[in-house]
Design a protein around this ligand. Structure first.
Ligand SMILES: Nc1ncnc2c1ncn2[C@@H]1O[C@H](COP(=O)(O)OP(=O)(O)OP(=O)(O)O)[C@@H](O)[C@H]1O
Ligand SMILES: [Mg+2]
Length: 237
């Protein structure tokens, strides 16, 4: 069974697509894949998906994940977990909850939701609504991801946002995705973080998604049990 992680926040422009595709790219790289045999699937349920954009590049084999646009077939979404050929399915959702059927079907087959939250007060209420009206009633495990934080602005906004999340008792990911121009530019060019040109900035920008992937427990598969050998460690066993 695939592990399904959805990025949900009814506010537009908070980083759902950016985080979905970049996390998927890191996961795709970590798990490795031969052409046309990716273990990662990105699904977009956003009818105005900027992510549709990425699909051309998937077709050309330029991205380390498969891509599927699904904004009008709730039955397909209900089957996401059953896609055995994939280890992980990352779902990018729209910045509104107009189509409740689609969101509901997505959430019914989701193991965990990540709620991207930029460190700005304007984003607090929409996040609260999403959590209280959509996620909590369904009992879906979720975590907040503070994202698009610009370290040049100092830590006040970040700390206030962390305090806001904690005061609501919401689980929060330790990883913070920083704001980098390279992410904004890459999105416009249909590039993901594993394709950034070599350089310090690219490395730093990518690091946030590596950290996020580790925290979410995404990565290489363990060796099959039978091939593991236990070596006794002197004095310890
Ligand atoms: N960490 C980041 N660094 C720089 N730019 C970012 C970052 N995260 C998001 N952006 C930019 O912010 C804009 C909004 O991000 P994105 O499209 O991922 O949000 P969204 O939640 O998917 O929006 P929508 O609800 O409209 O689909 C984009 O231009 C994107 O490139
Ligand atoms: Mg989006």
């Amino acid at each position: 069974m695939a592990r399904v992680i959805a990025f949900v926040n009814q506010k537009g422009g908070v980083g759902k697509t950016t985080n979905t595709v970049n996390l998927a790219a890191i996961a795709g790289q970590a798990l490795g894949s031969r052409a046309g045999e990716s273990q990662i699937l990105v699904v977009s349920t956003d009818p105005q998906a900027s992510a549709v954009w990425w699909s051309d590049r998937v077709d050309e084999g330029q991205l380390p994940f498969d891509f599927h646009q699904c904004d009008d077939k709730p039955d397909d979404l209900a089957r996401l977990k059953l896609l055995d050929q994939y280890e992980y399915v990352f779902v990018d959702t729209p910045g509104n909850i107009e189509d409740e059927k689609i969101l509901s079907a997505t959430l019914d087959s989701t193991d965990e939701v990540v709620v991207p939250l930029p460190p700005e007060a304007m984003a607090f209420n929409p996040a609260k609504r999403t959590i209280e009206k959509v996620l909590e009633p369904k009992g879906i495990p979720f975590r907040i991801l503070i994202t698009d934080w610009d370290p040049r602005d100092g830590t006040v906004d970040l700390e206030q946002t962390q305090a806001y999340v904690d005061s609501n008792g919401w689980p929060r990911l330790q990883s913070v995705v920083r704001h980098y121009k390279i992410h904004t530019r890459a999105a416009a060019e249909g590039q993901v973080c594993t394709q950034y040109p070599k350089g310090r900035i690219a490395l730093e920008a990518r690091e946030d998604f590596f950290r996020l992937a580790m925290e979410l427990g995404i990565g290489g598969r363990p060796l099959p049990r039978q091939t593991r050998k236990r070596t006794p460690v002197e004095g310890k066993i």
